[in-house]
Design a protein around this ligand. Structure first.
Ligand SMILES: [Zn+2]
Length: 315
């Protein structure tokens, strides 16, 4: 048979296109495995410095540091910090943010992707006698997404550098995020933006929010364009000053970046019936929504990375 160059070209093109579209998504099997483990009873709600939290640390570090092209910015990838809790007045020493760095191809600017891995631990039992606050949606979901997205970028080099940070002690007052911006390895104006993820795994309305564009309008059209016809629907909002609890600007770790005038986008869902209850567990997440939501976050990060290109380029 004669070699048909045209056919060959189409075949190669087909493989390229299919592998390209395939590569623009996260590993959903691993994503579900991560969230299931982090929210298991074994980890007992991941209260800072509890044995469950230490086990979570080990698991997250093993993942984050095992990917290709990952560099350490702190000794052993851990930024240690301590604080006194205003609630129980205890001194929490050796709390830990887990930090992995992936150098970008062309820019000195950094996109800092964050998710808190702590939750509230063991507490008052509910009517069913369950006292473990598993924090599956809040925020094993964001932490598992952090790992999956970081694995994606370890194989698909971003334009800007990216820092992936699993933050500790959010539930005690954004402690990990505050420690990070106080002891950041670069000048803060080198941060292009903070992308924070907190609660991504369930929505009866099939809606994911990207909050922060009222403060950072430069991201608005990029997010709108990236989410045309998306599943779930991407909604902008929950960031109007003076609207009380409806304003999420300081509701999670991105608040610490906001205080330092670093731009942010926060991805999350609206509160649900299991919010901060022992029933926020793996059985109650919506796996299909969750996988789609994380892929949408990835798509938005890819759009931000390419559309904001041209700033702080390496000569
Ligand atoms: Zn949270």
């Amino acid at each position: 048979m004669q070699f048909n160059f045209k056919k060959f070209l189409f075949l190669v093109l087909g493989i390229l296109i299919s592998s390209f579209s395939f590569s623009q998504s996260i590993n959903s099997e691993k994503l579900l495995k991560h969230i299931e483990f982090l929210s298991s009873d074994e980890l007992a709600g991941r209260k800072p410095l509890s044995s469950g939290s230490l086990e979570a640390r080990k698991y997250i570090l093993n993942e984050l540091t095992g990917y290709e092209n990952v560099q350490a910015l702190y000794p052993d990838f851990i930024q240690r910090f301590s604080f006194v809790s205003g609630r129980d007045l205890k001194n929490y020493e050796d709390a830990a943010n887990l930090v992995a760095f992936i150098p970008g191809s062309s820019s000195r600017k950094v996109i800092v992707v964050t998710a808190h891995y702590d939750h509230v631990g063991i507490g008052r039992p509910d009517a069913a006698g369950d006292s473990i606050y598993n924090g599956a949606d809040d925020n094993a979901s964001g932490t598992a997404a952090l790992m999956a997205i970081s694995e994606y970028f370890s194989k698909n080099r971003p334009y800007h550098s990216m820092m992936f940070v699993a933050l500790d002690a959010e539930e005690m007052g954004l402690r990990g995020a505050k420690a990070l911006v106080e002891d950041f390895p670069y000048p803060l104006d080198q941060i292009l933006l903070n992308v924070n993820m907190d609660m991504l795994s369930r929505s009866d309305k099939n809606e994911l929010y990207a909050s922060g564009t009222s403060h950072n309008p430069q991201f608005k059209s990029i997010l709108e364009k990236a989410s045309v016809g998306s599943n779930p629907t991407l909604r902008l909002g929950h960031d109007t000053p003076g609207t009380g609890r409806d304003d999420w600007t300081k509701s999670s770790d991105h608040g610490a970046f906001f205080e330092k005038k670093v731009p942010h986008i926060y991805f999350g869902v609206e509160d649900h019936e299991d919010y901060h209850k022992p029933s926020d567990e793996f059985e109650n997440i919506q796996p299909e929504f969750y996988i789609n939501a994380v892929n949408l976050v990835l798509k938005c990060i890819l759009a931000l990375d390419s559309e904001m290109a041209g700033q702080g380029n390496v000569e």
